[in-house]
Design a protein around this ligand. Structure first.
Ligand code: ADP
Length: 277
């Protein structure tokens, strides 16, 4: 019988080799789906690339993979290449970002029924069998929630730092508390860069200096304090964010919008907090 520990060790070594040219892995997590985790991940990736970093975006959200839509590459075919006798998938390259998504391998019409270990294995394969090359940052769009899949992912990929996305609505806030506590657990201890409150306020175009906290104010700030993490960004709810998402050109591709500035500010914080380590 194969020794399970030996096999686990071998697997981890293979993962480490595959990821050895990736300097920093940033996990973008959330307690539940639909809070804007993928939007934040995509815009962080674009902003880091704008700053000149080599960036990869790995979409591991098995419950709602968004990268193909966000970057309008839904109809592309994944190509393979041979590197050192090994078949690897070629990531798509758009706007200077290398991207791969679990979305290319799942049927949109059928809900995902993968259970923990199978899903974790598939995601590991997706990440390690992609020819990323050298990267300064891999932005990892995590599956929402707290479970074995998320745990396996963050542990196997030696995440450098994590970002939690929440919205002002109470329910999401309760979920994010669970997610942050999971990462903080002594045995896991993934460094937390901070909390991002998405859809935090609304600013009408004609009143650019006004912020209306239409879903309530102060919730994320209080939660960040309670969890002893930093509230590193508040992103407005914005028609432009939603429209640019839908047409495959996320807002950070524009240089001069207040939303793009919010994401750039966030990316700069992430870079300064991870590179220092
Ligand atoms: P998640 O990855 O958490 O499931 P998404 O990033 O896919 O969430 O976002 C869910 C929906 O909300 C998408 O339709 C997206 O375009 C929209 N959205 C996300 N953030 C914002 C925002 N700040 N303003 C307006 N719409 C947003």
């Amino acid at each position: 019988m194969t020794n399970m520990f030996e096999e686990k060790k071998r697997k981890q070594e293979a993962i480490n080799v595959a990821m050895s040219k990736i300097k920093h892995v940033i996990a973008v997590a959330s307690g539940k789906g639909g809070v804007g985790k993928s939007t934040v991940a995509a815009n962080i990736a674009i902003s880091l690339a704008k700053k000149g970093y080599k960036v990869g975006l790995a979409d591991a959200d098995i419950y709602g993979p968004s990268v193909p839509t966000l970057f309008n590459i839904e109809n592309e075919q994944v190509m393979a290449t041979e590197i050192d006798g090994k078949q690897l998938m070629l990531p798509f390259e758009k706007f200077g970002i290398k991207m791969m998504s679990v979305g290319f391998f799942v049927d949109k019409e059928k809900p995902m029924l993968w259970r923990g270990p199978m899903a974790a294995n598939t995601l590991t394969q997706l990440l390690t069998e992609t020819h990323w090359g050298e990267l300064d940052f891999m932005v990892l769009d995590m599956p929402p929630g707290t479970g074995d899949i998320q745990l396996t992912l963050v542990q196997q990929f030696s995440v450098t730092g994590s970002i939690f996305v929440c919205t002002p609505q109470q329910l999401a806030v309760a979920d994010v508390r669970r997610a942050v506590n999971m990462f903080k657990n002594d045995q896991i201890a993934i460094p937390i860069i901070g909390l991002v409150e998405n859809m935090a306020y609304f600013t009408p175009k004609e009143l650019p200096n006004n912020k209306y906290y239409i879903f309530g104010k102060g919730g994320a700030e209080a939660l960040a304090k309670e969890l002893d993490v930093e509230l590193i960004a508040q992103i407005p709810i914005s028609m432009d964010i939603s429209e640019t998402n839908d047409n495959g050109n996320p807002i950070s591709l524009e240089f001069s919008s207040p939303e793009a500035e919010c994401f750039m500010d966030l990316a700069e914080k992430i870079a300064s907090k991870t590179i220092k380590k």
